[in-house]
Design a protein around this ligand. Structure first.
Ligand code: COA
Ligand code: AMP
Length: 635
């Protein structure tokens, strides 16, 4: 067995040789001519000249190699009381027909398709069908409000939008079609077709000139074969929150992504073809793209598509039930999901009614795995509990315990070691390397390994300024943390204005733009404050315009409603404090970090650049009055 250190060193010293070998494990139509090069922008690109199709790798390849009868996908939906299994042959056929249906709507190589769907099999089929045609999908999380969907439609300019009549949250039906109609009404770009999966729980109104029923359109379609694409062609665009109101369209290429995912399935998750892998997330997030859809299928595993919650569908034993019933070997979810389980079933009573001997490893990501949740899981499960760290931009883990290479002793609070391919360094704000134990900016030395974003959709300049400009020769992760003396990585949180609410990444800058548009608001700051269940929740600190007459509760209700309506309920802005002034630097920059710190500790260092130190007292007082952060319990 190669040791982790040996493999890691080789990936850094001979990246081209290392990744050439990994790429060779895929079924290319034409192998790549060049392993790594820099494009006209100077951005690194992997596997130029290679031709492949990821739907072929994920489906046809397995059918052609004797896995046709194996289950590819299990749909488990406690919210509808449904379970369905698809063999590789069945899924291949369904995807080929879906691709044919999209082709009939004019979708070809390079066209964009926006997918706004709940966790149903058709969401996975639509993604793979786009890939089959060489079209580019952009999946938008179903919790986003019409405004957010409209912004993405305008940026990606899709010919087709695929949706469903509704999503189901616990026992609540959320009609999706009116949200899509509203988004298209707001968008400048007009998709020519909207394909709607009609679910029995909700009827959708179809517009005769634009909308198609999924089943009807499918029945008229001819199956499509995989279209060979360039390794460097985009597979998808996935929008993620940046520090402003405009989301970043992370571009994912095809060959690098397939190579990296295949490598990760073995090296990190220790999974072999035939194993059952369950990721409880949503196809709207990167975790869903990579580890519900593409990676498990490329590896020939069985993936579980779960339309349910950790709790109340029907109870906090839901995860254990699914693991036991489908003989899941490896389970992956966000820590917040287990915090919800722990809150309802602290002693793990519901665990004991399920036989989960099949479960070998538990992986967590999306936010920091807090030590109490880690200890609780460890004590209950007595198995590896692996915190691993990554971002939408990278598409696969940056740091993890490499179980398939050489498992490392766990350290609670750490995401263990950099994954082969990622050269991590901790830098100070000027870009100087920091010694072990010192906290700073986590940066990745260029080139990034295959699978990571080559650029942002239609915005090379923003790619450069957001990620490459801060530290020359490095990708800036915008996460802070440190390496300990043994080389273990501790990721401590974002150093920018991005927050993480229940594993969902959100921009406080965007919320500030919305709140700032309220007629009574002069200025505001939104910061993420620690929350026992969701990790962080946003809290608004608002200064009223002179003469504005509005009481606190009316303002709070207005702003909460605005954020729900414009971003989505999952943003969870629930509290707003009114303050007389905000702490700012002399040049007028709001000191959000100081506000955040004040929610954690009573005394924070007064920044030397502060304009008016008494503004910190104003914030502290407002927190005390409103019971925010550390003042939560004493009201
Ligand atoms: N479609 C529509 N609405 C959605 C939605 C979706 N896909 N997802 C969330 N929402 C809405 C919810 O209905 C809720 O609305 P409400 O305020 O009107 O009740 C709101 O957004 C907040 O939802 P959520 O953050 O899910 O909180 P919750 O209290 O309903 O549930 C948890 C708490 C912990 C059970 C839930 O957050 C959870 O399952 N988290 C795991 C998330 C995850 O897997 N993240 C992984 C990313 S890698
Ligand atoms: P997203 O792009 O939505 O996957 O969110 C990425 C961000 O989530 C990262 O930049 C981190 O801030 C945070 N994150 C994800 N996984 C972890 C982890 N294991 N530990 C700490 N933070 C994490």
């Amino acid at each position: 067995m190669t040791s982790y250190q040996e493999m890691y060193r080789r990936s850094c010293e001979q990246p081209e040789a290392f990744w050439r070998e990994q790429a060779a494990r895929l079924d290319w139509f034409e192998p790549p001519e060049t392993i790594l090069h820099q494009d006209d922008n100077g951005f690194y690109r992997w596997f130029r000249g290679g031709r492949l199709n990821i739907s072929h790798l994920a489906l046809d390849h397995h059918v052609d190699n004797g896995r046709g009868d194996q289950t590819a996908m299990i749909y488990d939906s406690p919210v509808t009381g449904t379970q369905q299994r698809y063999s590789y042959t069945e899924l291949r056929d369904a995807v080929a027909r879906t691709a044919g249906m999209l082709r009939q709507q004019g979708i070809e190589y390079g066209d964009r398709v926006v997918i706004y769907m709940p966790m149903i099999p058709q969401a996975v089929m639509a993604m793979l069908a786009c890939a089959r045609l060489g079209a580019i999908h952009s999946v938008v999380f179903g919790g986003f409000a019409p405004h957010e969907l409209a912004v993405r439609i305008d940026d990606a300019q899709p010919k087709v939008v695929v949706t469903a009549s509704c999503g189901i949250e616990f026992d609540r039906i959320i009609p999706y079609k009116p949200l899509v109609d509203e988004a298209i009404r707001r968008a400048r770009h007009r998709p020519s077709t909207v394909v709607v999966v009609a679910r029995p729980q909700e009827r959708a109104e179809l517009q005769p000139d634009r909308d198609l029923d999924w089943e009807t359109a499918l029945a008229a379609a001819t199956p499509a074969a995989p279209v060979p694409v360039e390794a460097t062609d985009p597979l998808y665009i996935l929008y993620t929150s940046g520090t402003t109101g405009k989301p970043k369209g992370v571009v994912r290429d095809t060959g690098g992504y397939a190579t990296a995912l295949n490598f990760s399935m073995e090296a990190i998750y220790d999974l072999a073809p035939g194993d059952v892998f369950w990721t409880a997330s949503d196809v709207g997030w990167v975790v869903g793209h990579s580890y519900i859809v593409y990676a498990p299928l490329i590896r020939g595993c069985t993936t579980v598509v779960y339309e349910g919650k950790p709790v109340r569908t029907p109870d906090a034993g839901a995860f254990w039930r699914v693991i036991a019933e489908h003989r899941v070997k490896t389970f992956f979810t966000a820590p917040t999901a287990f915090r919800a389980v722990k809150k309802e079933d602290p002693d793990g009573r519901l665990l004991h009614s399920h036989d989960i001997t099949c479960l070998k490893n538990l992986f967590l990501a999306g936010e920091r795995l807090d030590p109490p949740t880690y200890e609780w899981l460890k004590g209950m499960l007595n198995r590896p509990v692996i915190d691993h760290w990554w971002q939408t931009e990278t598409g696969w883990p940056i740091a993890a315990n490499p179980l398939g290479i050489e498992p490392q002793p766990e350290k609670g609070g750490s995401a263990t070691f950099p994954v082969p391919g990622y050269q991590l360094e901790i830098l100070d704000d000027l870009g100087n390397p920091l010694p072990s134990g010192k906290q700073g900016n986590i940066a990745i030395r260029l080139p990034l390994p295959p699978g990571c974003l080559p650029t942002l959709w239609g915005d090379d300049q923003r790619f450069r300024s957001s990620y490459l400009a801060a530290f020359r020769g490095y990708y800036n992760t915008s996460d802070g943390g440190y390496l300990d003396d043994d080389g273990y990585l501790f990721v401590m949180g974002r150093v920018d204005d991005v927050i993480n609410v229940a594993g969902h990444r959100l921009s406080t800058g965007e919320m500030e733009e919305l709140i700032g548009a309220h007629s009574a608001v002069a200025e505001c700051a939104v910061v993420g404050v620690q929350d026992d269940l969701k990790g962080e929740v946003p809290i608004g600190f608002v200064v009223l315009k002179d003469g504005a007459e509005i009481d606190h509760s009316t303002l709070e209700q207005d702003l909460v409603r605005m954020v729900r309506e414009e971003i989505g309920a999952f943003a969870c802005l629930q509290r707003v404090a009114m303050v007389g002034k905000l702490p700012k630097t002399r040049s007028g920059k709001i000191l959000r970090k100081s506000i955040r710190q004040l929610s954690l500790e009573p005394d924070v260092p007064v920044p030397s650049t502060i304009d008016d130190p008494s503004s910190l007292d104003t914030i502290r007082e407002a927190m005390r009055e409103e019971g925010i952060g550390r003042y939560r319990d004493n009201g």
